[in-house]
Design a protein around this ligand. Structure first.
Ligand code: PGA
Length: 248
């Protein structure tokens, strides 16, 4: 089990908020798994159109993307400054779907990360190899290259998301994930090694969450598909709370 406070990040991608997620808590936070919890961090990443709603509902919220420039002629984009003004606490940088569908480069992602830090939004920067890269034995080289561009000395969160495990139902085994997380940690500057949280993402579900979150270098999860199912997400939250309670 990690020595960090666990972070469970619900990436809703291009989907509406799950049923009940916007219901404001009536004193009973446990009824809504997306609400802030006392022993672990829970954050949601809705579409830009839904951000105001999740923030108004009291959910800790983040953008799925933010452009580094503050404003200007960037049709279809939204800036870190705008996310901050809207009340975002977090932002995802370099999700593999952004890297693939919007040709975001390591340099773009580094610029987004720096801009988020300047706006005092906490960046969760995604790294991870494709299946082809893993099969060729290049997983560590790719992740190392992706990390090299980043301000690793700063207070950021890293999400290791092997591309072959995203939305495919194929999860990295707890051993594979732990191995890569330990490798990532070894690449951080010494004074950040025990401070930076490293999340795992890629087909995290109720039935594998406890094993993954129980690994010493896994400090939380970035959850797509399962975060859209309130009951399943509630089970993942419970797994995180159980592990936290057992470690105290
Ligand atoms: P998944 O997505 O949980 O559906 O695999 C994770 C992600 O893309 O962040």
């Amino acid at each position: 089990m990690s020595s960090h406070r666990l972070l469970l990040a619900a990436n809703w991608k291009m989907n509406p908020p799950p049923a009940g997620a916007l219901q404001t808590a009536m004193g009973d936070h446990s009824a809504n798994p997306y609400h802030p919890h006392s022993d672990i961090d829970v954050a949601v990443f809705p579409t830009f159109l839904d951000l105001h709603k999740t923030i108004a509902a009291g959910l800790i919220s983040g953008g799925q993307y933010g452009r580094a420039e503050n404003a200007g002629a960037y049709t279809g984009d939204i800036s870190m400054a705008m996310l901050k003004a809207a009340g975002c606490r977090y932002v995802l940088c370099g999700h593999s779907e952004r890297r693939a569908n919007h040709s975001e480069t390591d340099a773009d992602i580094a610029a987004q990360t720096v801009a988020a830090l300047e706006q005092k939004i906490h960046p969760i920067v995604c790294v991870g190899e494709t299946l082809e890269e893993r099969e060729k034995g290049h997983a560590e080289t790719v992740v190392k290259r992706q990390l090299k561009a980043l301000p690793l000395e700063s207070d950021i969160t890293i999400a290791y998301e092997p591309v072959w495990a995203i939305g495919t139902g194929k999860t990295a085994s707890a051993k594979q994930a732990q191995g890569m997380h330990a490798f990532i940690r070894s690449l951080l500057p010494e004074d950040r090694q025990q401070k930076t949280r490293i999340l795992y993402g890629g087909s995290v579900k109720a039935d594998n969450a406890e094993e993954l979150l129980g690994q010493p270098d896994i400090d939380g999860a970035l959850i797509g598909g399962a975060s859209l199912k309130p009951e399943e997400f509630a089970e993942i939250v419970k797994a995180g709370e159980r592990l936290t309670a057992n470690s105290q």
